[in-house]
Design a protein around this ligand. Structure first.
Ligand SMILES: [Zn+2]
Length: 428
């Protein structure tokens, strides 16, 4: 929704579409219902470009856990994603505005994203303690029942949400307008509309109510975003992405896509409860339905197979906390799968985590030393393991992008996943 006549401050350029590849094998096309949506492109923001598909590391509180932003730049990270709700509570979005915006505040010169706080509506409210993603739900808890031992921290109504601060118990009101004001103050290049994220526990009836609420909130976000963009015309342009909900229901997802496509969003986030086995199918409903020339972000995924599923089905950017989360518990990725550095077999192993990894950790430190750091509870352990894991995922996605441009995406994907999960048989 840029208003300036000069070069657009935000744009998305499509480069290669996988389905146009002349070498696309027939059986591959059939395998995904003939609907591969994968593509490469470039998102241009006031703080630089993002070549897609791209993995966006998470810096929830304007900090990556245990890793400096300059380290992430050196490892090839293109952008960072922070959380509006957390920064609203601490230090306060007005502080970030005064500092010159999120990137300046945290010494990250590249593009930034903020998510809207919608996730907290669910995770602190009806979804507290429930299984919220990537898992099957054998015994749903329903719309109002809480997970055992949990106290509700948020309550949603048609106008917005009451939150209780997890820091000091203070009560706060979030509405679509408040979310937009907070995100404009934080100043990320890409923001998300305020939405209600449901869980796999919710009934179909509740999903319909939540989706209609999210549609109305999206309209209010767009109106407030336009007002703030004009009022703050001296600030760099901030793009607004609409968030597609609708859980596992095809008709709800497609309807949400059609509704939000009309509203003038710069791009879209695909959110909500996604069972791992349904991930590709649900993403594809959305990418088929949404305008092709808009960037699509998948909010919060985890494992390498999910990343390829997202890329296969047309996701351009995605965030994921797993690389640093598992690193802090001493688990590291390698081409042949994930392993734990505290294992006794690494006590005298003076090789890097991975021989082929060019990251700072692998070019300077051994498994034996990293094991020692974890065993002696030194904080550098988390830093070094996180750097490696982030690089692993960044390289995985950069490799997918390069392979798509070179026309050998399927060879790359199959070899990567086969080696990682131990099922790869080299063809002779
Ligand atoms: Zn490494």
């Amino acid at each position: 929704m840029p208003t300036s006549d000069s070069a657009p401050p935000f744009s998305f350029e499509l480069h290669t579409r996988l389905r146009d590849s002349p070498s696309l094998p027939e059986e591959r096309v059939r395998e995904n219902g003939g609907q591969f949506q994968a593509r490469t492109g470039t998102i241009t923001t006031p703080h630089g470009e993002i070549r897609t598909p791209a993995f966006i590391p998470v810096a929830t509180q304007a900090a990556m856990k245990a890793v400096l932003p300059e380290s992430m730049a050196a490892e090839g990270a293109q952008a960072m994603l922070a959380n509006a709700y957390h920064l609203f509570l601490q230090p306060g979005d007005d502080v970030l505005d005064e500092a010159g915006g999120l990137g300046t505040f945290m010494n990250w010169p590249g593009p930034t994203f903020t998510d809207s706080g919608g996730f907290q509506v669910m995770s602190l409210g009806s979804g507290l303690g429930k299984v919220i993603d990537m898992s099957t739900v054998a015994n749903p808890l329903g719309d109002t029942q809480m997970a055992p031992g949990q106290k509700r921290m948020a309550r949603v109504d048609d106008d917005g949400v009451w939150f209780r601060s997890y820091l000091n118990g203070d009560l706060h009101r979030f509405t679509p307008e408040v979310s937009m004001r907070v995100q404009h103050n934080i100043g990320a290049d890409i923001m998300f509309a305020f939405d209600e994220l449901t869980t796999l526990h919710n009934t179909r009836e509740y999903q319909e109510i939540a989706l209609e609420r999210t549609r109305k909130w999206a309209l209010r976000c767009v109106a407030e975003h336009r007002r703030l963009t004009e009022q703050r015309a001296h600030k760099p342009y901030q793009a607004l992405f609409g968030v597609i909900q609708g859980a596992q229901y095809e008709d709800l997802r497609r309807q949400a896509c059609r509704d939000l496509s009309e509203m003038g969003f710069d791009g879209f986030g695909i959110g909500g409860a996604l069972e791992k086995s349904q991930l590709g199918t649900i993403v594809r409903w959305c990418t088929e339905e949404l305008p092709e020339n808009t960037p699509k972000h998948l909010l919060g995924i985890s494992e390498p197979d999910d990343i390829f599923t997202a890329i296969d089905n047309g996701v351009d950017t995605f965030d994921c906390v797993s690389p640093t989360r598992v690193a802090r518990s001493s688990a590291v990725y390698s081409p042949t799968g994930r392993f734990n550095l505290t294992n006794i077999r690494f006590k005298r192993d003076f090789t890097p985590i991975s021989d082929t990894c060019p990251c700072y950790t692998c070019t300077h430190y051994t498994r034996a030393y990293l094991r020692h750091l974890f065993k002696s509870k030194e904080r550098n352990a988390a830093t070094l393991a996180s750097i490696h894991n982030e690089r692993f995922v960044l390289d995985l996605v950069a490799g997918a992008r390069a392979a798509m441009e070179a026309g050998d995406y399927f060879e790359y994907r199959d070899e990567f996943l086969g080696t990682y999960y131990g099922t790869f048989q080299p063809s002779v």
